[in-house]
Design a protein around this ligand. Structure first.
Ligand SMILES: [Zn+2]
Length: 280
């Protein structure tokens, strides 16, 4: 201990800390660069006040967006054993899971609910990007199947809100097996004539896009959402061609017939209600 550690360092860190505060209070719009206070942003459903850019939204906030008076029940997901491959990269997968469970207070990256939108009952599953980037492993695959089975049993429409970086690499081949597994669940819905609606939100990529996310009877996407399989730069480098600016954006996918409806977040609930009215 000396003058440097006792006096200079605390002063320096207090300076750094002071600079940390505005970062948490203010959000920089990724599209127009505006600084928006977090309260204003949250009040505006996390949509930029200046340009309408849709910021990423947590699954918990989305639940509030769909159900205003806690008009839903959460469905308990099946417990499965963790870490089938005993995997570790920079960290052990088991420790990573612990960390995210503590942070999100959820077991894995999918939340399943039964609820009512206006007078229409439905089963809705939400991918939670806060939990390991919404990645799909065994638990998420299992939860999607459970939601499908429940919808068939109760004869209710099934809505899935996606937000995911794709398959969970810590589960290797087992995470890839969730692709055919979830596709089989959608087939089951089709055979039983249960409506299946997908809501694509920022971002929906990788193995999720390549499976259940693109199989909706009706596909709704949020304005400006990134939807794709591989990243734009990877594709550009492979085909050696410049891709359009809006490539992999919701609007581009609608123009090319992959998405049925693109909506502003403020109109999402109302649009879903309208669609449900038509099909149920
Ligand atoms: Zn903006």
């Amino acid at each position: 201990m000396n003058w440097l550690t006792n006096f200079v360092k605390p002063k320096l860190s207090s300076l750094v800390k002071r600079r940390d505060v505005p970062e948490k209070l203010w959000n920089n719009c990724l599209s127009c660069g505006s600084m928006i206070h977090h309260k204003d942003l949250n009040q505006n459903l996390r949509v930029c006040i200046n340009c309408g850019y849709h910021f990423r939204m947590t699954a918990e906030d989305r639940i509030k967006l769909f159900f205003n008076n806690n008009d839903y029940n959460e469905i308990e997901l099946d417990r499965i054993s963790d870490d089938p491959l005993n995997f570790s990269d920079k960290k052990k997968y088991k420790d990573r899971l612990k960390e995210y469970r503590k942070k999100t207070k959820r077991e894995d990256a999918f939340i399943l609910l039964q609820g009512k939108i206006e007078n229409i009952e439905l089963i809705i599953g939400l991918m939670n990007f806060e939990f390991m980037g919404g990645s799909m492993g065994r638990a998420v695959g299992g939860a999607i199947v459970k939601g499908a089975k429940l919808s068939i049993e109760k004869k209710l429409p099934y809505v899935v809100v996606t937000s995911s970086g794709g398959a969970r690499m810590q589960e290797g081949i087992i995470s890839l097996m969730q692709m055919p597994r979830t596709i089989a669940a959608v087939d089951m819905l089709n055979e039983n004539k249960i409506p299946y609606i997908v809501i694509l939100t920022e971002p929906t990529t990788g193995g999720v896009t390549a499976s259940f996310a693109m199989l909706g009877d009706i596909t709704i996407a949020e304005k400006g959402a990134t939807i794709g399989f591989a990243g734009k730069r990877v594709i550009q480098d492979t085909i050696r061609e410049e891709l359009p600016i809006d490539f992999q954006k919701a609007e581009y996918l609608k123009e090319h017939g992959m998405v049925d409806i693109v909506v502003h977040r403020k109109e999402l609930r109302q649009t879903l209600h309208k669609v449900l009215q038509h099909i149920s």
